[in-house]
Ligand binder design. Structure first.
Ligand code: GCB
Length: 589
């Protein structure tokens, strides 16, 4: 693989932070010496927001950082990249406002070329605001909205003749599998580029695919084209890969990589290289036989997961993220719903490498605002999610929302438009939506795939599991592609009762053994319903919900199979491990 030609530096360390709004804090000479020293990922709610009672700080926080970009960056376009700030971020460099980003979960970047002084001290200032905003989804949801710069920050220098950086935060290189058979695979590579030189250029674009060992197995070199100064240009080329090795879930998550080089045709020198993961697979969903991967039915034994951790909030480290995947691996999970939002890039990297089938979604939870600004923001978040994550083979489903409380015109029109945007952006994947009002309500019919959040044994204790519901719906509408997007029950690890039976109280008495019972009953019914395209436990991990009070666990949703601090695997974890893996529980040496 050609090495990257970009110059990238981490800006994670050496920030000053104040949890308040301060007029003029963007000014380069502002005195921040009394502020605390932090590094990012950082959140201002990790330690004091999780005690319940809707009392955590939702407001403005300021971050400032001095740094000296290397003089050797001269001649490059300089992009300041934020992987995630919740939820509205305003960014200045040396007092010059670069822009604002609205939305807490996507990455974003600004062109800082003309504001940065190379080889000298510069000041980046960020105002982050985690209050609800009328035009930004989610307006409400069952989780804590941690505030701050909670993912990484970096500066990347790119040659002015290079892959485009301003594309909804996406990589600028998009891989579309056009055909796949045992004999060959054909991948269409779209490269969005930019000539930011002050003069015209002659350019070639070279796309190569390398196998897992780095051996080039397919290549396409474009004809030379002339590009005027300050012009964007797209190149579409096809790379053929003989005898492809498929990405095949956990059994064999085989990855190729695809690289695109932008070559100055006058000198023959490559100016920019972008490398992306490539997994070749066929995924489909059938209303009677469920999900198939590479032509074989694959039961999606799924879980939902948030992105938080005790004492870290959303500022989850790479090691913690790996540990979460280790726990899912141990339990035998093979499908993940990143409820209810786009998560950090390393979540999708881990899913690619470990063979998870992923449903990722935008945070359109509970309700919509009937305004043009809200609709535009939902579309923006959808495009950011799809462009930024387009090349991850693990992603099979794009989620357009969760549990709208009312099925009014505004909600239905927005869901319809979002489903249409998924089709326009990515014809290779399916859209889905997690519903909970009326099984045949229009809200559940806009996306390609239907899915339902059902809490039998918990919010609805009149029935012991989802089997009868699933059969009824399947019989009424045999062409509907149905999944169970959420099911589960609270499990307190300090309440115990040997043979619990309903009723339990969702806010007080729900012993761990009761949670196990709900899962045993549910799974016994789900495992025989082959028409379901997936089932997803709510939730793999307990998570922070500041407004919740569940008896002994204030500020948490305790439907996880593992506790918030990851120290306890609850009984239901062991139950699923017994169902989903062949690993013996006890090793006798
Ligand atoms: C749901 C929501 C999820 C909640 C969950 C619960 O249906 O989609 O965000 O956390 O129920 O535990 O109530």
């Amino acid at each position: 693989m050609p090495p990257s030609l970009r110059a990238s530096v981490s800006l994670d360390s050496g920030w000053r932070f104040l949890r308040a709004d301060v007029p003029g804090a963007e000014a380069p000479l502002f005195n921040d010496s009394s502020w605390s020293s932090v590094s990012v990922p950082h959140t201002w709610n990790a330690l004091d927001g999780q005690d319940g009672g809707s009392n955590y700080y939702r407001g403005i926080g300021w971050y400032r950082k001095h740094f000296t970009p290397a003089a050797s960056l001269a001649g490059r376009r300089l992009w300041l990249q934020f992987d995630g700030v919740n939820q509205v971020a305003d960014v200045w460099v040396n007092g010059v406002r670069l822009g604002q980003h609205r939305g807490g979960f996507a990455g974003f970047r600004f062109d800082a070329t003309s504001s940065l002084k190379l080889g000298q001290d510069n000041v980046v200032a960020v105002k982050a605001d985690n209050r609800a905003a009328a035009d930004v989804a989610p307006l409400s949801a069952d989780f804590t909205f941690f505030g701050g710069i909670y993912r990484h920050v970096s500066l990347t220098g790119v040659d002015p003749l290079g892959v485009r950086m301003g594309d909804y935060g996406g990589p600028g290189v998009y891989l579309r599998q056009r055909s796949l058979s045992d004999a060959s695979a054909s991948v269409e590579v779209t490269t969005r580029s930019w000539n930011n030189r002050g003069s015209a250029a002659r350019v070639r674009v070279r796309a190569v695919v390398a196998d897992h060992a780095g051996v080039v197995v397919g290549e396409s070199v474009s004809a030379v084209r002339s590009v005027n100064a300050a012009t964007g240009f797209d190149t579409v080329q096809t790379v053929t890969i003989p005898r492809p090795h498929r990405w095949n879930s956990k059994a064999d998550p085989y990855l190729y990589s695809a690289s695109v080089e932008i070559i100055d045709a006058d000198t023959g020198v490559a100016k920019d290289v972008v490398t992306q993961p490539l997994g070749l697979r066929l995924a489909s969903v059938d209303a009677s036989s469920g999900f198939s991967l590479n032509g074989k039915r694959l039961r999606l034994n799924g879980v939902n997961a948030h992105q938080d951790r005790q004492n870290a909030g959303w500022a989850v480290s790479a090691d913690q993220q790996r540990e979460d995947f280790d726990l899912m691996d141990e339990m035998g999970v093979n499908a993940l719903r990143t409820a209810h939002y786009q998560q950090a890039a390393n979540v999708y990297d881990l899913a690619d490498a470990r063979g998870y089938v992923v449903w990722t979604e935008i945070p359109l939870v509970n309700e919509v605002a009937d305004t043009a600004a809200f609709r535009a923001n939902a579309q923006q978040q959808l495009l950011e999610m799809i462009r930024q994550n387009f090349n991850h083979p693990s992603i099979a489903f794009w989620g357009i929302g969760n549990e709208q409380k009312t099925s009014n015109t505004a909600t239905n029109n927005l869901l319809r438009d979002l489903a249409a945007s998924v089709r326009a952006e990515d014809s290779g994947r399916l859209s889905t939506y997690a519903s909970h009002i009326g099984d045949l309500d229009p809200v559940s019919s806009h996306a390609d795939l239907a899915a339902y959040n059902k809490y039998y044994g918990w919010y609805d204790q009149s029935s012991t599991g989802p089997g009868a519901w699933a059969d009824r719906l399947h019989a009424r509408d045999p062409l509907r592609k149905i999944a169970l997007s959420e099911y589960g029950a609270g499990g307190s690890v300090v309440q115990h009762e040997e043979n619990p039976s309903p009723p339990v109280t969702t806010s007080r008495w729900h012993p761990e053994e009761y949670q196990t019972l709900v899962h045993e009953n549910s799974w016994a019914q789900l495992k025989t319903r082959d028409f379901l395209w997936g089932t997803f436990v709510w939730n793999m991990f307990d998570f922070a919900v500041d407004s919740r009070s569940e008896g002994d666990t204030l500020g948490r949703n305790d439907k996880g199979l593992v506790t918030y601090d990851r120290s306890v695997r609850k009984d239901a974890f062991w139950f699923y491990k017994s169902q989903w893996t062949d690993t013996p529980f006890v090793h006798l040496n």
